[in-house]
Ligand binder design. Structure first.
Ligand code: ADP
Ligand code: MG
Length: 235
């Protein structure tokens, strides 16, 4: 929990810096975008603008990418304190899965939810927990480019609720496993490396923990624990 706290503080500092830089970048970026749009229109009207319009759409793609990254950084830096409400974990997870199912189906991925009868109640900020789960499920999807299976399991432990998210992807090499939660750590060409850092930050601000493990059958398991409803926050 101590390490999570340090991580959360670090993310806050980085988040503040990122927010500042991002803020400075956003305005020129949107002005570039607007001028680009005017150019696109003008070139579309010209006869021999074919090569130029290819160049323009390459620029357009990069401008859009930068804007997306900027928005992501800002949403990290501006994440509000979680508003905790009692929720039945299973209901929350099932609503979430209904929401991600279409994008998983397009990637040939099957998603299953397993829950034991105890149905733990937790105190969570629903939107933020959804975001945390979404980051994990998106990573699993991105790791399984040829399809596969995700299993989200919910269990009640002695003093916590536990959620595991398993995938049948290639797994995370042992030497990288300690780094995946670091802000900006990514092995993807177009990754931001913010997904797991944000996820850990969200879980820590709920008084919980998150770890990742290698599955015996291959693939990756993320394990989240959250305090049960009625339990004092230990963070
Ligand atoms: P990003 O997705 O932008 O790379 P994340 O913080 O979400 O950033 O993930 C960091 C890195 O952790 C990924 O680049 C990938 O190497 C690794 N990773 C995360 N989840 C998985 C997974 N389910 N299977 C394999 N590797 C993963
Ligand atoms: Mg990610």
């Amino acid at each position: 929990a101590r390490a999570d706290l340090v991580q959360a503080e670090r993310l806050t500092t980085i988040g503040k810096m990122a927010a500042h830089i991002t803020h400075e970048i956003r305005n020129p970026l949107s002005s570039i975008g607007l001028n680009l749009e005017l150019l696109e229109e003008e070139i579309a009207r010209m006869q021999e603008g074919r090569e130029s319009s290819q160049l323009l759409s390459a620029i357009r793609a990069e401008v859009d990418r930068l804007s997306r990254i900027a928005e992501q950084y800002l949403s990290v830096a501006r994440r509000p304190r979680p508003q905790l409400e009692p929720e039945r974990l299973q209901d929350l997870v099932e609503e979430f899965t209904a929401f991600v199912l279409p994008e998983l189906q397009r990637s040939q991925i099957t998603l299953r939810v397993e829950a034991d009868a105890s149905a733990p109640e937790v105190r969570v900020d629903e939107a933020q927990l959804r975001q945390a789960l979404l980051n994990l499920v998106r990573n699993a999807r991105e790791a399984m480019s040829n399809g596969g299976t995700i299993v989200i399991a919910i269990h009640q432990r002695d003093d916590s609720a536990e959620i595991t998210i398993d995938d049948t992807g290639p797994g995370i090499p042992e030497e990288l496993r300690a780094s995946v939660f670091d802000p900006f750590f990514t092995t993807k060409q177009r990754g931001t490396g913010l997904g797991l850092a944000v996820t850990r930050d969200i879980i820590a601000s709920h008084g919980g923990t998150i770890t990742c493990e290698a599955r015996e059958t291959g693939g990756t398991r993320f394990r989240i624990t959250l305090p049960l409803n009625g339990q004092a926050l230990s963070a």
